[in-house]
Every structure is written in C-alpha cells, then in structure tokens.
Design a protein around this ligand. Structure first.
Ligand code: NAD
Ligand code: MG
Length: 385
C-alpha cells in the first residue's frame, strides 16, 4: 500500500537522495508536500517530477519564482516559515525532516504534534530541543526514526524492548578531512578543504561540522535523545573507513554493529520504508577489497568541538541549544569567509561561557535562548572578522 510522504528540505543533499528513492519505487510513496529555502526552480522541478501536491519555499522573496515555475502544473505553491509548518501539518504518513539547522525545529514539532511518523535527518532540532520534541512525541504517539547513518545503525541493532541490556552505544566518526593534521596547520585550511570529506558527499554545513568533529558532538546529543540509556553509556570512536556505521554493546559483552557502504540511501530507505526493508541501488560492501578496518580514539585537543559538545550534554539544560546556535553562526561565518576554521571552536566556547543557561521546556523557551546565543555568537564573529 502506498504511503504519503512529505519532505522538508527537499532540495538538499538528503532531500535529493530521498527523492531518488521515491523515483526508483513507483507506487510506494505518494508525495504530499516538498519544501525548500530559496531554490524555487529546483523545488518546482522536483515537485513536478514526483507529482507533489504542495510546494513551499521558506524565503518569501522566492514565492513569485515558485509560482511561475509551477504554472499549469496544478501544484499548490506557498512561502514563508509558517507555510513550511503547514506542509508538516498536512495529513501524511511520513515526514522526512531534511532541513539543515534549527530552522527545522518548528516544522518538526508541527509533524510530531500531529503524531506523524518522522524520518529525522535534521539533527540540530534534537540537539537544541530534544526534551521538547521527546515530550511532544510521547504525548502524540509520534514515531521518531533516525536517518543519520550512525543513529540509523544503532536503531537497527538496538534492543528496543530491553534497553537495560545495553551497556554502551558506540558512535563511529570518520575523523573528517583533517583527521591527521596538526592543529597549527588547521589555521590555514579553506572552506573547500573543509568540505572535501574523505567518505561522504554532504551539504556544506554538515561537511564543516565533520571537519571540526562538532558533527560527532551533535550526534552524541542526538543519540542521548533517541536512545535514553544514560550519558555515561555513550561513546565515540574514530573509524576512517566509515564501514561500521555504529555499534551497540550489550551487558554480556556482545557488540552488534551495522555495516555498509557510505550511501545515505541505505539509512533513508530503512527509515522511509520502516518497518519494511526495501532494495536500494547502494554499492554492496566488499570487505575483501577494503581489507582493513581501522579504529582510533578521538583527539579532543585537536578537535575541541567534540569536548564542548560532551560538556554541553553533561551540563544539560540549555547548554546544547547554545552550543548548536553558536556553531551554526560560527560555521556560516567560516563558509562566508569572515572567520578562520580555528575560530569556530573559539566562538562556540566563548558563547557558551557568556550566555547564561535557562530552561528549555517549551518551543518558546528554546527560540528565546537560541536567539540570545546567536546574538552573542555574532558579536564573537565580529571580534574576529
Ligand atoms: P543541505 O544544505 O544540502 O540541504 C538543506 C535543505 O534545507 C535544503 O533543501 C534547503 O533549501 C533547506 N533549508 C536550509 N535552510 C532553510 C531554512 N532556513 N528554512 C527552510 N529550509 C531551509 O543539507 P544536508 O546535507 O542535506 O543536511 C540536512 C540535514 O541532514 C542536516 O541537519 C544534516 O546534519 C543532516 N544529515 C545530513 C547527511 C548528509 O549526508 N548530507 C547525513 C546525516 C545527517
Ligand atoms: Mg551522521
């Protein structure tokens, strides 16, 4: 039976790979709505190709272009942040959240509150508002399925009926493009260097996060909200080949892992078709030709973002929200050439030191602390620009 699907962030790296799966599986999903930020033409082309009913651009100034690009298609067009929430609220079985950053928070919550099944790629939402999203999901009965490859791997091997049997969740990290680089040399790296991920091809923001290891820090916090086994049972190991996507250790010493080639269509297909398993065009894993799997402990001194995220997770309250907001501002400033790569962790640390913690029990509280942290992070950027 066909399921209806809405994709928030349909023009991005994750969104496009999800649409590729839709195109390869005619009849499996009916696309209800697609959203993007400002790429009206890309969104309109995608909406026409998959037969979506509703297309939304977040940026109101892109509305006319969207309307023009959809002329004669019968696809309804809308614009603005509230219209993206409307897309998430429309009846639909599955909502894939593939927006980047905290901009995904309000629409994610809208989908959670109506009890939808969510395929969650937008990790920043769980980082800045994990307790709000979890409480809303509990109240509505929404199902949260992780798309992030590590969390999808954990989900596949996790004993959901007996989490008390889990002794450790071990997230693997590729180590990023600067895994072996001296910290002093990182002062000179360019945006292109940072986005040249050795294994995965992804959007710019997550690529930079992978280079600072903030991505793994965000993923620790994401894991904390998706798999409530306790912070002390979370661990990170660097695994340059990215073949083992993550592991779950049980009380008896058994370790279960999910392995595969680095192709996001594998975790996407798992979340989008859940509880079924469907074929994907991903290359098959050929361990004999890979020959060697390496593992090493993460280096917190060369990659302070990972330590900052650990500390924020332990501090709890609004610290993860402040961490995430500061990181979004710092990474955007690095991508636009305002600050250097090593300024990213400095800006995040300074913002965490200056913004007082506050409660984050509601969407309004999250939005408020997120705004305060962004303003402080912008001031930190100006000091360094
Ligand atoms: P991307 O930059 O390629 O795409 C982002 C999408 O979000 C685009 O469709 C864009 O139009 C939309 N968007 C951006 N800002 C917006 C705003 N303010 N309002 C509304 N829409 C907005 O990013 P991506 O690499 O596809 O990553 C998406 C999310 O998935 C991120 O949270 C990322 O951490 C996570 N993720 C990505 C990958 C990957 O392989 N790319 C893997 C794991 C997790
Ligand atoms: Mg990941």
């Amino acid at each position: 039976m066909s399921k209806s699907l809405t994709i928030l962030g349909a023009t991005g790296s994750v969104g496009r790979q999800a649409l590729d799966l839709v195109a390869r599986n005619p009849g499996r999903w009916q696309v209800e709505a697609l959203t993007a930020n400002s790429d009206a033409q890309g969104l309109a082309d995608a909406a026409r190709a998959c037969g979506a009913k509703f297309a939304v651009v977040g940026d109101p100034s892109a509305y006319d272009a969207l309307k023009t690009a959809l002329a004669g298609s019968g696809i309804e067009a809308a614009a603005g942040a509230e219209a993206i929430c409307e897309a998430a609220r429309r009846p639909g079985d599955i909502v894939l959240t593939a927006i980047v950053g905290a901009a995904g928070l309000a629409p994610t919550l809208a989908a959670v509150e109506r009890g939808a099944t969510l395929a969650i790629a937008n990790k920043e939402t769980l980082v800045c508002a994990g307790p709000v999203v979890s409480a809303a999901a509990k109240a509505s009965g929404a199902t949260l399925l992780p798309v992030d490859s590590e969390h999808n791997a954990v989900f596949q091997v996790f004993d959901h009926a007996r989490p008390d049997r889990v002794s450790r969740i071990i997230l693997t990290a590729s180590g990023g493009p600067f895994r072996t680089m001296a910290r002093a040399d990182m002062a000179r790296v360019t945006v292109a260097d940072a986005c040249k991920h050795p294994i995965w091809s992804m959007g710019a923001k997550i690529s930079v996060d992978s280079a600072t290891l903030m991505n793994k820090g965000l993923e620790l916090i994401e894991a904390h909200h998706l798999f409530p086994v306790g912070i002390e049972r979370l661990d990170v190991i660097v695994h340059p080949q990215s073949v083992v996507h993550s592991m779950v250790e049980y009380v008896d010493g058994s370790v279960l892992a999910q392995l595969g080639t680095p192709d996001m269509r594998i975790p996407l297909a798992y979340a989008m078709a859940w509880p079924e398993r469907i074929a994907t065009p991903a290359a098959r894993l050929d361990l004999a030709s890979i020959a060697k799997l390496e593992f090493e402990a993460p280096d917190f001194e060369r990659f302070p973002c990972l330590q900052l995220a650990w500390d924020a997770l332990r501090a709890d309250g609004s610290a993860p929200c402040i961490l995430n907001a500061a990181n979004e501002i710092a990474v955007a400033a690095f991508i636009s050439g305002q600050v250097s790569f090593l300024d990213i962790d400095a800006i995040v640390a300074a913002t965490l030191a200056r913004v007082a913690s506050g409660p984050v029990g509601s969407l309004n509280e999250v939005v408020e602390i997120d705004g305060i942290a962004r303003a402080e992070a912008r001031a930190q950027v100006l000091k360094r620009a």
